[in-house]
Design a protein around this ligand. Structure first.
Ligand code: MRU
Length: 354
């Protein structure tokens, strides 16, 4: 059996194929360790669901769709590890894994959506032979992955139609290939617009405190030749005031029934700025990010992460250890500040109804 998160491949320099942060290979789950980017491109192999849960919790894999896909494969690993000889036994073993995986991060609904799909597949399974049920679980996880890439491509097409010629776009966090099964949501829109020759510049917020913008989005832009410029989050107001942003596009972790949207901390501030400066503010997200059970954003659980993320940049202390910290990982942008939501089924305009 593979050890916990063993390094599989260490590569120096940019990879030439499409970015695949999550894949199934030789009966194991392979994750590109995003904690090490942009310095090191290292893939790790996972054989135990407990280690997959740890990878999600510690941000080796992150981004709403990517953690849903990853958790689905975690369920596959749990079913394969179970020695149960009855469907009820398998259900009981896998339920432990589903609960463990669901307990990793609370905000992105894609995680719970994917786990629910896997639970339904398992419940529809048959007693004899149990391996057929295990095979069906793998098929379902792979379908979740494939559908996500297809959804991102469709979002790219729909979103690119909203992008004017010579556009200067601003984005926050990483909603790229790394945050999904491939291609990306918000960055997928930028990719498609870039392929059509419409992108003059992508402003990339560095995205304190975990730096998904500078570490991950900028890495994807360099790799794919997308013209970009990195800014400190606090510079966004200034570039908008100078008239240098034509639109903002971000991803989402959970969209409530009324369109209120949770995304990386700092997104709400950008939406307020965009409204003040008359700049369209778009959200790009698949339907798996919509949670129709929540009437508004006030009900979205917001993850709080450890103080160390704010007190340090990497290993460098930027605050005294004794300073108390508030570190919400996400905020909620009210639907009233969102010009449109780009989905794989098309562009949805207010008033939002899901
Ligand atoms: O904490 P993270 O890095 O998982 O947060 C990611 C984001 O906020 C993304 O914008 C969101 O998940 C959309 S990814 C397509």
């Amino acid at each position: 059996m593979a050890a916990a998160g063993d390094p599989l491949v260490g590569r120096d320099g940019p990879v030439t194929s499409a970015i695949t942060p999550v894949r199934w290979e030789h009966d194991r789950l392979v994750l590109l360790d995003q904690r090490l980017l942009p310095g090191q491109e290292l893939e790790r192999v996972y054989g135990r669901w407990e280690d997959v849960a740890d990878a999600i919790r510690t941000l080796a894999v992150r981004g709403a769709p990517a953690i849903g896909v990853t958790a689905a494969f975690g369920v596959v690993l749990a079913a394969r590890a179970s020695t149960a000889t009855t469907l009820d036994g398998l259900l009981a073993d896998v339920e432990v894994a589903i609960k463990g995986l669901a307990g990793t991060r609370p905000t992105a609904v894609n995680l719970f959506w994917a786990l629910e799909r896997m639970r339904r597949t398992l419940e529809a399974g048959s007693e004899r032979p149990l391996d057929e049920t295990r095979a069906r679980l793998l098929k379902e996880a792979q379908a979740i992955l494939d559908e996500d890439v297809a959804a991102n491509r469709a979002m790219g097409d729909h979103g690119a139609a909203l992008v004017p010629a010579r556009a200067r776009i601003l984005t926050h966090c990483n909603a790229g290939a790394l945050a999904t099964a491939g291609y990306g949501t918000a960055l997928g829109v930028v990719r498609s617009a870039h392929a059509q020759g419409k992108v003059a510049l992508l402003w990339v917020d560095e995205t304190r405190p975990v730096m998904q913008g500078s570490r991950l989005t900028a890495w994807e832009c360099v790799r794919d030749g997308i013209p970009h410029r990195l800014i400190a989050d606090v510079a966004a107001a200034s570039v908008m005031a100078r008239g240098e942003v034509d639109l903002v596009v971000t991803g989402a972790d959970r969209i409530a029934a009324n369109g209120d949207t949770a995304n990386k901390i700092g997104t709400y501030a950008l939406a307020v700025l965009a409204r003040h400066h008359g700049v369209p503010f778009y959200v790009a997200a698949p339907y798996s990010t919509i949670d129709p059970t929540l009437p508004s954003g006030a009900h979205i659980p917001i993850e709080e992460r450890e103080a160390g993320e704010v007190r340090r940049v990497g290993a460098q202390a930027t605050a005294p250890d004794g300073s108390p910290v508030y570190n919400p990982a996400f905020d909620v942008t009210p639907a009233t500040l969102i010009s449109a939501i780009i989905t794989e089924r098309g562009v949805v305009r207010p008033p939002y109804r899901f």
